[in-house]
Write a protein that binds this ligand. Structure first.
Ligand SMILES: Cc1cc2nc3c(=O)[nH]c(=O)nc-3n(C[C@H](O)[C@H](O)[C@H](O)COP(=O)(O)OP(=O)(O)OC[C@H]3O[C@@H](n4cnc5c(N)ncnc54)[C@H](O)[C@@H]3O)c2cc1C
Length: 290
């Protein structure tokens, strides 16, 4: 195998141009946590590697006046986990980041690399769906925006086309008083999820659910959200029976597989418990404000 040509452009436009010129053999590299391991195992053998590490705008974090948060694709998991400006409903993303692997991986991996790779058991995908995030993608024809719900297309498949890169994740302001929570079950500490649940929940002063977005990870090719199941809880108090009914309806839409971490059947059994726990934690966090 020939050694790959290495490029380190300073702008998104240059990165996209080099990748487009490289065609099939080109790959962007961000943290390298996954790509380098895949290259070492000869699972991929790129001819051209385009490092995104010198592109300043990809490292930015910012909040627009309307409350929308922009997380640059090169933000490391550690930075997102400790981002104090991710509070309320948007905190679901920081909580997911804090549960990725272990400190070395969180120091290396980036949000752009993680969602572009789209491991079905990864932590960001359900959190971004729960947060109603939008993904910004740059390509030869400019930039486009894709809702997180349409970004994850299936097993390791996303809306990113060859020659394109993820440039940012945008989080809309969550409703007032919303709380975000991320619940993950893994076989051993630091592992990918057997299954996970992300939710953003808001109640009014009477304890009625006014907003709910809930997504499950690790139980199909991408995160699973079921608005029909959420509707069983919205407009009512979030009691145990309603939450159980939500879980029962949502489980019908899951499509887990047996793998080395656990069986499909086990995953289907634990998801309702993770959902109940996620509600419990979110409601407890709201307690002082209610
Ligand atoms: C031991 C270990 C344990 C892990 N455990 C977990 C876990 O528990 N939960 C979890 O969620 N993840 C886990 N991961 C994955 C980790 O989060 C990686 O950070 C992530 O998968 C890839 O991010 P990266 O920045 O290192 O991407 P890279 O390794 O640089 O790239 C990954 C892939 O994405 C492409 N790519 C990179 N950046 C972009 C971009 N901006 N636009 C388009 N394509 C791009 C690359 O070409 C490559 O195909 C683990 C990884 C390891 C090594």
């Amino acid at each position: 195998m020939m050694a790959a040509t290495f490029h380190k452009p300073a702008t998104v436009d240059d990165a996209v141009r080099v990748l487009s010129d490289a065609g099939e053999g080109g790959r962007p590299i961000s943290g390298g946590a996954t790509l380098v391991a895949m290259m070492n195992a000869k699972l991929v053998e790129p001819d051209v590697l385009v490092s995104l590490s010198a592109i300043a705008e990809l490292k930015d974090f910012g909040r627009a006046p309307d409350g929308t948060v922009r997380i640059g694709a090169m933000r490391r998991h550690r930075e997102t986990a400790f981002e104090s400006d991710l509070s309320g409903g948007q905190a679901v993303v920081a909580k997911a980041a804090s549960q990725i692997a272990n400190p070395p991986v969180r120091n290396m991996g980036t949000i752009g690399g993680s969602i572009a790779f789209a491991d079905p058991a990864a932590d960001y995908p359900p959190a971004l769906v729960a947060a109603d995030a939008t993904i910004e993608i740059a390509g030869p024809d400019g930039r486009r925006l894709v809702p997180a719900e349409e970004f994850f297309l299936g097993w390791y498949e996303t809306a990113v086309e060859p020659g394109e890169i993820v440039t940012a994740v945008l989080l809309p302001p969550a409703p007032e008083r919303a709380v975000g929570h991320y619940e993950k079950l893994c076989r051993v500490a630091g592992d990918f999820a057997l299954a996970s649940v992300a939710l953003v929940l808001a109640l009014d002063g009477d304890g009625t659910v006014t907003h709910l977005r809930l997504a499950v990870g690790g139980c199909g090719g991408g995160p699973v959200r079921c608005p029909e199941a959420e509707a069983l809880v919205v407009g009512a108090a979030p009691g145990a029976e309603r939450i159980a009914a939500l879980a029962e309806r949502l489980v019908e839409d899951l499509d887990p597989v047996d793998d080395s971490r656990g069986s499909a059947e086990y995953r289907l059994q634990i998801v309702p418990r993770l959902i109940a726990k996620a509600f419990d934690e979110a409601l407890t966090e709201m307690e002082p404000a209610r």
